[in-house]
Design a protein around this ligand. Sequence first.
Ligand SMILES: Cc1cc2nc3c(=O)[nH]c(=O)nc-3n(C[C@H](O)[C@H](O)[C@H](O)COP(=O)(O)OP(=O)(O)OC[C@H]3O[C@@H](n4cnc5c(N)ncnc54)[C@H](O)[C@@H]3O)c2cc1C
Length: 486
Amino acid sequence: MSGLRTPDVLVVGGGLVGLTAALVLRHHGVSVTLVERRAGTSPQPKARRFHMRTMEIFRELGLAGLVHEAARDLAGHDHMAAGRTLAEARQLPLWQPAGGLAAEVSPESPCLLAQDALEPLLRAAAVDAGADVRFGTPLAGLEQTAGEVVGRLADGEIRARYVVAADGARSGIREALGITRSGRGAIGGPSVNVYFTADLGEVVRGREFNLCQIEHPDAPGGLASVDGRYRWVFMSPGGETGRDWPARLRQALGVPLPDLEVLSVLPWQAEMLVADRYSDGRVHLAGDAAHVMPPYAASGANTGIADVHNLGWKLAAVLRGEAGPGLLDSYDAERRPAGWFAADQSARRTDSFKRGTPDPALAHPYVLAAGGFQYTAGALVPDGSEEPVLDFAPAGRAGTRVPHRWLDDARTRSTLDLAGPGWAILPGGNRVDFAGTGECLLLRPDHVVAWRGRGAGEAAKVRAALLAAGGCIEVDGRAAADSGTV
Ligand SMILES: Cc1cc2nc3c(=O)[nH]c(=O)nc-3n(C[C@H](O)[C@H](O)[C@H](O)COP(=O)(O)OP(=O)(O)OC[C@H]3O[C@@H](n4cnc5c(N)ncnc54)[C@H](O)[C@@H]3O)c2cc1C
């Protein structure tokens, strides 16, 4: 086809997840082409909360500073608010986490930045990183052979070794591959997001918020800050898009809105569905293509970004010939349970919010926000220790994100900075001896503890064994490592 390369990886979809996939792959030195059918990035703000874990991934990619800078309008807008109308709303006390503040949990703070502002930033960064990014380029079909994947575009073909299908909730690729989904399906009724501009700076001054619950009986909904002053989203229950939105917004906000302009109205339905397989041959699903979840735990895009962070180093290792293709099986083994967990927690959070009663099966919010989910099978050597599922108690167990500790007194370098794009060995002892055992940790390129044991030499052997075995050591690898057989 005209002007297109034959990349190692074809990414389909230029949303948050596809763009991050392109960035992660470039970070690992992989050639990548991204095709996106839309002419531009998302016109709707949708996702606005990016967790610590996502910011750690952006930190590794050298983008955290840029993202925080872009998010400065909403810095400090962490409160919730509630009232009959915006005019009557009061700021609610800030939620305080049990078990440590964000600053002790991660080298990065979470941020509030609307998706329609973040996507252009990621798109520009992906182009700068050398990705071949093609908007206005729909993929019409895919065929797999033993050695490659051939994609059909309007003006020809594109050939790649692997495909990352980040083509969204209605993924045509997932459907064409016949990959079914399981889960609760629709959660609650339909909603619409009304994206509008109005200068509300004076109205909200001194009681700034992330989300304000409007309790007006005739115009209930959630008012989300997009830039904290001019740009807003009103989330209204009910699926009708054709209402008199200016009149309804005036009712909900309870203030005159002389400069009100409704930009767009997006109907959406919260759903909990997870693909029954994340991979089919050379094609790997990521993001909403693999899982959809209600937005109340702000985890849809965050989970998708973690998917491609996991997949990226594995594709790179296989493409470089460092690992056998079996390593890619660990993508499904690790990320599908993680996707299910995030989707289930998001559904529970929604139920609990709507009922107004706590759910005992709800995890500490940092489990989702700071990568507290443990992989129990995959490219790792299980060490027999289980991370609590609902509590946030990181201790460097195999299959978990390495806990954060500053490595220097100036607090510039974290344990999270050791790995990525390469592997790392974190020696035991002193300030980073999480388990108090003196064991060293073998860290994968995605900051996940692959093995815990004695001796850097053993760690190097385990790494080689993990890659050579295709990444899935199901046996007691610790015993194998100790006995020097790997
Ligand atoms: C109201 C709301 C609030 C939310 N808040 C949050 C939040 O705070 N935090 C959070 O993490 N998540 C949140 N989410 C979820 C988040 O928006 C999604 O999880 C995220 O956008 C998914 O990104 P994606 O890249 O996987 O998919 P998408 O953003 O859907 O991108 C898929 C892309 O693929 C393209 N595409 C599809 N088919 C083709 C094709 N054949 N060829 C080429 N391109 C194709 C599409 O045009 C699209 O651009 C929210 C969602 C909603 C609705």
